[in-house]
Design a protein around this ligand. Structure first.
Ligand SMILES: [Zn+2]
Length: 328
């Protein structure tokens, strides 16, 4: 079965389900997003069990994933890239966090600290964005989890109430102020990203003013305080393109810890005029594309789309109906 036929089958099952709010918004929900994969049980119930944590750290089979500035050591010399772990005695100093326990009772910890040694043979430090698509489900989940926590510990070191330096608790999944006892949890910023279509089925693609020529994507922006994700979709689309959207449908989410976002993916339909008026500060240009126009523009390399690691790529692909050529 072709990818397009497979998507069409999914359309039918989804079209009958709840959450579909407009006739042009049928389509499969997004599954297997690159950074939304995971295999390991996070074992949250063990995070406060100090005796268990101590015994796990003393266990030679325990695996430690060291993360520094969003990168981990990876062995790139295989079909699938592999994370390179160290044992607890080999681990550098740094904040450590329990990532989970596998089916063989092997504990996996993340650690925010310096990566060991210079690159050797096929092993080198690789950022999550680059290696994510090349990892197994287990390793993709481990690295995404570890990078998100390491980024948070690097930045949110002080109590927002009194300014004291806070201490990691719950095996690195929270921090506590030693002065006023307040507890603080990892910061995650929700951002929406939306594929907007018009009544003719065309898709809206835009170039951010800060991007190089030819790079385009769909519209995205942070959810503001006191705002729903759906409201953010309507607001951002109107601010950035002048287009008014009606029906909105949620399709899935993916963590994007670069440094701390959660991407919420939507489709939306333009209502009324499809005339585009870009917010020149943020958006350099925006245009509607039919599938055929997109195919020709990509073939001529007039535009480049975001890479498969991004939810943007998957949203565009879900509309296009097959593999997308020509990525950044
Ligand atoms: Zn405090």
């Amino acid at each position: 079965m072709s990818a397009a036929a497979s998507l069409a089958d999914d359309n039918e099952s989804v079209a009958a389900g709840p959450g579909l709010t407009g006739p042009g918004l049928s389509g499969p929900v997004l599954t297997d997003l690159v950074l939304a994969r995971a295999e390991l049980d996070r074992s949250a119930h063990l995070r406060a069990d100090e005796a268990w944590l101590a015994s796990a750290w003393a266990e030679p089979r325990t695996r430690v994933l060291v993360v520094e500035q969003g990168r981990a050591l990876c062995d790139m010399g295989h079909d699938l890239a592999r994370l390179v772990f160290v044992s607890p005695p080999q681990a550098p100093d740094g904040v450590r966090f329990l990532l989970g326990v596998d089916d063989d009772e092997v504990a996996f910890f993340g650690l925010a600290g310096p990566l060991a040694g210079p690159p050797r043979e096929t092993v080198r430090p690789v950022p999550l964005r680059e290696v994510g698509p090349l990892l197994s489900d287990r390793d993709a989940g481990l690295l995404t989890h570890a990078v998100a926590l390491a980024n948070w510990h690097e930045t949110f070191t002080h109590c927002p109430r009194c300014g004291a330096v806070t201490d990691p608790i719950s095996s690195g999944h929270a921090r506590k102020c030693p002065v006023d006892g307040s507890e603080h949890f990892p910061r995650v910023d929700p951002a929406m990203i939306v594929l907007v279509t018009d009544s003719a089925g065309r898709c809206l693609l835009a170039r951010n003013a800060m991007w190089p020529a030819r790079r385009v994507s769909i519209l995205a922006g942070f959810v503001e305080a006191g705002e729903s994700a759906e409201q953010a979709v309507a607001r951002e689309v109107h601010e950035e393109s002048g287009v008014v959207v009606g029906a909105v449908r949620y399709l899935g989410s993916q963590p994007w810890p670069m440094p701390q976002s959660l991407m919420l993916g939507f489709r939306a339909e333009a209502t009324g005029s499809t005339e585009i008026t870009v917010d020149a500060d943020e958006i350099a240009e925006a245009h509607w594309y039919s599938r055929e126009e997109l195919r020709l523009a990509l073939a001529a390399q007039e535009i480049l789309l975001p890479p498969p690691v991004s939810i943007a790529h998957r949203l565009i692909q879900s509309w296009y109906g097959e593999e997308l050529p020509g990525v950044w």
